[in-house]
Design a protein around this ligand. Structure first.
Ligand code: CO
Length: 132
């Protein structure tokens, strides 16, 4: 069912500092900061030849990554995103296996539907699925 790795998301305490590090020290192609109020994060995408890195900084008091950064103050890998051809078919197929699907599909940072799968069902890794 899953296809390409769309991105790896890293929660960071200081988005500007993280972007400068990727641009300077790692020589990466770093995009602009994109506030995503519906998701409680500000995002910067870094484009690599074979995938993307998504830097995430909390936006607002109810940010879903606030607790993660409290536990990991210097930041850390927050989720990985796989592409699927059909988000609703993927949701139904996963639910049928007993996997916990978190909420309903929402429009993600690339303007495509995404949903999240509970990390306890996937070896401690929060998984995002994005419709390709
Ligand atoms: Co993501």
């Amino acid at each position: 069912m899953i296809g390409r790795l769309n991105h790896v998301a890293i929660a960071v305490p200081d988005l500007a500092a993280a972007a400068a590090q990727y641009r300077g020290a790692l020589g990466a192609e770093v995009g602009d900061a994109l506030p995503q109020p519906d998701h409680g994060v500000t995002v910067i995408f870094i484009t690599l030849p074979n995938t993307k890195i998504e830097l995430l900084q909390p936006l607002g008091d109810a940010s879903p990554i606030k607790g993660f950064l409290e536990k990991n103050p210097s930041g850390g890998i927050h989720h990985i995103c796989y592409e699927v051809p059909d988000i609703l078919a993927a949701r139904d197929q996963l639910k049928a296996t007993g996997a916990r699907v978190l909420g309903e599909p929402k429009i993600g940072a690339h303007g495509r539907p995404v949903l999240f799968l509970h990390p306890r069902d996937f070896n401690g890794c929060l998984i995002e699925l994005e419709q390709a």
